[in-house]
Ligand binder design. Sequence first.
Ligand code: BGC
Length: 745
Amino acid sequence: MNTKTILAVALLAQATTAPLALAQPAPLPDVAAAQARAAATVGRMTADEKVVLTHGIMALPLGGDAPPLPADAVLGAGYVEGIPRLGVPALKETDASLGVGYVSGIRKDGATALPSGLAQAASWNPDLLYRGGAMIGSEARAKGFNVLLAGGVNLMRDPRNGRTFEYLSEDPLLTGVLAGAAIRGVQSNNIISTIKHFALNGQETGRKIVDARISDAAARESDLLAFQIGIEQGQPLSVMCAYNRVNGVKACDSDWLLTRVLKQSWRYKGFVMSDWGKAVPGVEAALNGLDQQSGSQLDKAVFLGDQLKQKAASDRRYAVKLDDMNTRVLTAIYAAGLDKHPASPGGKIDFAKNAAVAEEVARAGIVLLRNERSVLPLAPSAKSIAVIGGYADRGVMSGGGSSQVQGEAGPAVTIPVAVGPSGSSASQQYHRSSPLEAIKAMAPSAAITFRDGRYIADAVEQARGAEIAIVFATEWRTEGFDQPDLSLPDGQDELIAAVAEANPNTVVVLETGGPVKMPWLGKTAAVIEAWYPGARGGQAIASVLFGQTNPAGRLPITFPASEEQLPRPKLDGSDWVEPYTADDIPPSGDKLHADYDIEGADVGYRWFARQNAKPLFPFGFGLSYTRFSASGLAVKGKTAIFTVTNTGQRAGDEVAQLYLVSRAGQPTRRLVGFERVSLRPGASQKVTVTIDARLLADWKDGGWSMPAGDYGFALGRDAERLGPVVAVRLAARTWSDGAEPPRFP
Ligand code: BGC
């Protein structure tokens, strides 16, 4: 499995990167053929038919005056009517990147929950993301959905973002490559996947009004590059535009984002759907590049229905646009084969097989952050273990909001939190996969106790009497709400510190939706970050604790030591936008903006490198039960070759990381290649990485531009611990987005 990142695929988007060398990838959609068919169908459409595919409803019984749902709608996120006369099927849409959405259990069915996006990304393994995508796509199809609202790729500009768990990473290459693989997996089921939320949807606080301000260059080199790579590699047939504003304009009404960047510069041929409710300001969004209004009951009006028809009848600009909008939606429908391979509810799902995929992803994404005196892995012969906290007796935490997934029997634990805009985001939920039970199965002869951790003295007493103490700590995140800070809530820091004081063999298992601070870190023996580990999270955690899995997850996001280190120590609007009101537009909303030019393209670890700030744990960090060395780096043109060796005693995976560390005399920090390799003890593997020229370039004067000079590269165990620098002299180059990237000697 590798991430050789370049060559050319030019269908949906202008190609500068190769499809991944995935294990057995499904073919990419034949967009050119679909486009030709789509144009022919548009030629047969009546004026009424031309405004059918341009808007959809939320596929939920909303009550009140809302008309009943169409008979063929499947309860979920959305429904767009089809055109039976022309053989065009309806679109049946469900959330999201982690599995088929639970929508508060309304369908009375369950689905397999993948671990969170962060957990998936921590595997640094596109092949696994592909298989996860293929799995959730197959479940969506079996439930009758033909559109999966997956592909969340927003870069993590703020680690407090409530949706951090849904997204992949803070780096455009890692995010784009992994998202592309996941999307390709989803679409291998003859269904459409989105990529979302386009773009710069960096915080939930006031998400429908916040104005993300950023220069063209910084956006192109960061958030937009993640989308661009994801689109090239995964060819999602739809793009979901975001709620927020970008440089003063609603993202779903942004001519710059939707038309100039996406459709012109990247030559994207699929369609743009809006996010759900208050994302679309009016009918003119059609002129600016929006193709479909979603969840229209949540808006003031169906802008892209009759209003659009009337405009098209009198204004040629709208008429031309309308044909293009229909061509794009139909291109997606035909390219995915929705008409030829219709999805209908009641398909068979092999839940055991799918849970095994979820478990494999969870095991691959767990990150070992600390392991003093090699306290881990635990011996199955351990005599006594005190398990404490985190509802570990019941299950594992999951994130809230539209991406919430639950299994057949529903949540193991449901804790009401607040009355939020959507039911599922108003309660914390745990999947039915108990770490306690899995630990008992691993150490059958140990005396194992459990305390929920609400009473610290009692937990400490248990810990003191046991050989090993394992504290589970959870941090719940949800769509619609950002974390006020990065601390563990509910007094868990105090609990961990007290237990660690009482037992030197204290292991902390974190189930968090993003980075957290660890004031107790130095007192603990070991820490693992298990994220939200999905349907079989308990088993995956136990497997790492007892060494059946040698942990190889690496952080896809920097863990700051404090909020003071962030580009915005205080999250914009956090002092005056009420929590859980993400969907209500506060009065004086106009004053809410996020200045992303502070860090510009230097998101995450690049910001820390620029500021010379030391995080708690750097991007790319993760320990193993074995040791690796990487050596012999040679860079020729865009090709880097090096050797990775397992120098320890156990088989394990290493994630080799290649960074650009200087450019034309200027220090910089940028991930330019990575590869996860599996090695037996003593074994070596030669790794070849092809560097995407955009990662060496600036966006300048409407194109990519590389200064002449020495380019320094180094292998990194993470973004901080870098090996010797290998310099290559490169000439100045410029190229436009649509053109072939430059040749290197
Ligand atoms: C979210 C999207 C989701 C949509 C449909 C929105 O609130 O931002 O990610 O796909 O709802 O449920």
